[in-house]
Design a protein around this ligand. Structure first.
Ligand SMILES: Cc1cc2nc3c(=O)[nH]c(=O)nc-3n(C[C@H](O)[C@H](O)[C@H](O)COP(=O)(O)OP(=O)(O)OC[C@H]3O[C@@H](n4cnc5c(N)ncnc54)[C@H](O)[C@@H]3O)c2cc1C
Length: 417
């Protein structure tokens, strides 16, 4: 068992100049064989390993990460968390995740800095208004908190917004999910890693998986930079690289991988205490605990694996932010980066068995999977442990692209992560 983090351990370690903290997780060499290998040490992969051990008692598990844990999209996203999706299937999955978020710091004994500051989606046209209202009513029916705000209420909720949108995109109303907000992305990866490690999971970093060992249609292991490791089951959770891995296993995924960008400004005093998003002008903003404005952009218009993103997207985004918040015109940007997002044609994820027995894929979260991290890990662990989909994951099977039972969430996903 790991030492618990508490006020007592904080004081004890302060007396030793914080030099006595134990390691948060081990760095073991891989064993020859595991019951389950999870490929990909992002939030979803680490959460899967944690719930496999915690909920299903499967502890002979390794998470194999080609770089460092949380170095993929988990550490690159803008951390928006919400559950106000349109369709019943999505509402079920994302609301399951949101409920787990609400107790996650306590569950992991790790402060993931979950802040339910409210997420507001703006409407700039009659079409936007109708789409938002339809979604709000769908949310009511699914027991997901959601409300409509008039322009006056928008201004009250976020006083620094310019409702005229510089005359180009006036704000006509908004939807608000008060239980939505943000969380600290690194802490989510580290908290799950620490929790999983404490339950016996091996976390192996700097070890790319280069292939699968498949015998008569059944997975028996993975080829890695540290040699072949045997496994009874393998779960692949590699976000933007999922189609590359599917190719290694001999099947195709209906996924496109594209760079998605974000930026942060220089840190300033608290100025905006909610999340504001706009699909129409393609931008959203919140403020981090360090004071930086966290600004999200749209995806590049072409497929690629460069973790940078193209300049026109940045320009477009900053133009939109300055229209909504003219006072940000004088802010200086500190950093910009990109991550490779894996988007499905219906903007919903894949949580599924595959044509290879014992091989499972969890991918296709596109621009909005951070919010789902706890729920995704929870239902994927069930799917792997029981060899059958968790009821909340069942609609997200790979074969929906054959049966035609798509879950079209373009309206709820869009830029609005
Ligand atoms: C700029 C940006 C902003 C975003 N904003 C939001 C947001 O506000 N809200 C939201 O909900 N979502 C957001 N997202 C989406 C979100 O970040 C992702 O959906 C989510 O983090 C995916 O988590 P993951 O664990 O599946 O993937 P990742 O964190 O990418 O983890 C996958 C891991 O697999 C590893 N890997 C890949 N190939 C191999 C291999 N061959 N062998 C071993 N390991 C491998 C990678 O190194 C990586 O660490 C955003 C994404 C980006 C890029």
């Amino acid at each position: 068992m790991k030492a618990r983090y508490s006020i007592v351990s904080l004081i004890r370690n302060a007396l030793n100049y914080h030099e006595g903290w134990p390691e948060a997780w081990r760095s073991p060499e891989p064993k020859a064989e595991y019951d389950v290998i999870i490929v990909g040490g992002g939030g979803h992969g680490l959460a899967t390993a944690y719930y496999l051990a915690k909920e299903h008692g499967i502890t002979n598990v390794a998470v194999i990460e080609r770089g460092w844990i949380g170095g993929g999209n988990t550490g690159r996203n803008t951390t928006i968390v919400r559950s106000n999706y349109l369709w019943d299937e999505s509402a079920g999955l994302y609301e399951h995740a949101l409920k787990l978020w609400e107790g996650l710091s306590q569950d992991l004994n790790y402060n993931v800095m979950f802040s339910q500051r409210g997420v507001m989606n703006l409407a700039h046209s009659q079409h936007d208004l109708r789409e938002l209202q339809r979604r709000i009513y769908a949310n009511y029916l699914n027991g997901v908190d959601s409300e409509f705000l008039t322009p006056e209420q928008v201004k009250e909720f976020c006083p620094i917004i310019d409702l005229r949108g510089n005359g180009r995109y006036p704000v006509l109303g908004a939807s608000l999910q008060r239980r939505g907000g943000t969380a600290r992305h690194d802490a989510v990866a580290w908290g799950y890693a620490r929790g999983a490690d404490a339950l016996g999971v091996d976390i192996i970093q700097e070890c790319p998986v280069n292939g699968f060992v498949i015998d008569k249609g059944r997975i028996t292991g993975v080829e890695t930079a540290k040699g072949t490791i045997k496994a009874k089951k393998v779960g692949v959770v590699v976000a933007g690289h999922c189609s590359v891995m599917a190719d290694m296993a001999g099947f195709r995924l209906p996924v496109e991988s594209r760079p998605l960008q974000a930026l942060v400004s220089e840190p300033v005093k608290p100025i905006i205490d909610c999340v504001v998003m706009s699909n129409a002008v393609h931008a959203y903003v919140s403020q981090s605990d360090k004071g930086e404005l966290v600004i999200g952009a749209g995806v590049d218009r072409y497929n690629g694996y460069g973790q940078r993103g193209s300049l026109p997207v940045t320009e477009e985004t900053l133009g939109a932010i300055c229209e909504l918040f003219p006072m940000f015109r004088r802010m200086r940007m500190l950093r910009t980066w990109g991550g490779i997002v894996d988007t499905c044609p219906d903007a919903s994820p894949i949580i599924s068995k595959t044509p290879v027995e014992g091989l499972f894929f969890n991918c296709g979260w596109g621009t909005g999977g951070f919010k789902a991290t706890p729920g995704s890990g929870h239902v994927f662990a069930h799917t792997i442990a029981k060899n059958e989909p968790h009821p909340l994951a069942a609609p997200f099977r790979l074969d929906r692209f054959v049966t035609g039972f798509l879950i079209d969430e373009h309206g709820a996903a869009a830029v609005a992560h």
